[in-house]
Write a protein that binds this ligand. Structure first.
Ligand code: PLP
Length: 354
């Protein structure tokens, strides 16, 4: 038995994988693969329509927003966001490497104000005491910092419109979409396989930026063509649709939120109890999606042995990111309570040997 704690691409529910595999072999009983039919066929149109409708239903997206399925990953959104939304000045909250990369692109289009940063503390907390200038076009935040394991798990109260990179925690909790002009997420952390990015944009803020935008980088192109201006990533979109069906069948975002809390509680409480380990971030900012921990200093030499021990027990992908070290257990939507308990058992059994 394998328990997949990989940070991304990551674990998906088995049924989602199986149904996607079936559609690749024989889509809708057509005797053709999903991968070899026209993206303009009515069979595929039904897929993208359902995926879009499910995003709207599950996230309770208000009227006036469009849901897009694009290529290029969240990394392309770092550039598309300011291209489309930055008129003069934008504010960015610097909570990690991804936030910093988003800031770097924004600087190509206008003035960027860093409202706060935890870079000096290796991003081990979410800065709290800062104010956002009110004369900015938007405030950009990264709701979950995948590498460091910190998370902003509720919608901030700020006097400006927000734009959020939710790549690694979208669909893990309810979100008040009305507070955002745009939300984007590379799918491979919590939604689908790699290859598609979901973008939710508020229609009436598009077209205000005072610049020519290349066709493919202009959100209006994709809004007008229903994500079909060019050939969209059909298989990842299909997989997203299956996963959204699964999320809905599980009880939607309330249920995902409950499960996320239970999973995280199981693992964090063991990290806090176990003499060998400690968490790496400020407790109040702990991510429910990426649980980072290291060996306590006096047991530093046990890092490799624990990794080997856990690997032998079927734990996959728990090696920490190189900028944090130690371990990272990613507990996205598809991770089971049983998987978290198996990891905890590993930690307890290893402690007993030392
Ligand atoms: C993984 C990740 C990205 C980068 O996503 P790509 O799809 O690889 O471009 C951006 N932001 C966050 C928060 C991530 O976790």
């Amino acid at each position: 038995m394998k328990y997949n704690f990989t940070a991304g691409p990551c674990m998906l529910n088995r049924t989602v994988i199986e149904n996607t595999a079936k559609a690749i072999l024989d889509f809708n009983g057509m005797g053709l693969s999903l991968a070899e039919i026209s993206h303009r066929s009515k069979d595929f149109q039904a897929v993208i329509d359902e995926a879009e409708a499910l995003v709207k239903e599950i996230l309770e997206v208000p009227e006036g927003y469009s849901v897009l399925f694009l290529g290029g990953g969240a990394s392309l959104e770092f550039c598309m966001i300011p291209y489309n939304f930055l008129i003069k000045k934008a504010a960015y909250l610097n909570t990690g490497v991804w936030a910093k990369k988003a800031m770097k692109e924004a600087k190509l289009f206008g003035e960027v104000v860093e409202v706060a940063s935890s870079a000096d503390a290796n991003y081990t907390f979410i800065p709290k005491d800062w104010t956002c200038p009110t004369d900015v076009d938007y405030l950009h935040i990264t709701t979950n910092n995948t590498i460091y394991g910190t998370e902003i798990r509720k919608d901030l109260d700020v006097p400006v419109r927000m734009i959020a990179d939710m790549s690694s925690d979208i669909f893990s909790r309810p979100v008040d979409v009305s507070k955002y002009d745009a939300i984007y997420a590379g799918a491979q952390k919590n939604l689908s396989m790699a290859g598609v990015t979901v973008v939710i944009v508020k229609n009436d803020v598009l077209g205000r930026a005072p610049r020519e935008i290349p066709t493919m980088l202009d959100y209006r192109t994709h809004v007008d063509k229903g994500s079909m201006f060019n050939t969209p990533p059909v298989v990842p979109i299909y997989c997203a649709m299956e996963n959204l069906r699964w999320i809905k069948s599980m009880g939607g975002l309330k249920a995902m939120d409950e499960l996320a809390k239970r999973r995280a509680e199981i693992v964090y409480s063991e990290i806090d109890r176990n003499k060998l380990f400690r968490g790496t971030v400020k407790e109040e900012d702990r991510s429910l999606m990426n649980i980072c921990f290291v060996m306590n200093d006096e047991y530093a030499e046990l890092e490799k042995p624990f990794f080997d021990f856990a690997t032998e027990r079927g734990m996959v992908g728990i090696k920490g990111h190189r900028s944090v070290g130690g371990f990272r257990a990613s507990t996205y939507n598809a991770m089971t309570i049983e998987g978290c308990e198996a990891l905890v058992k590993c930690m307890k059994d290893f402690e007993a040997q030392h």
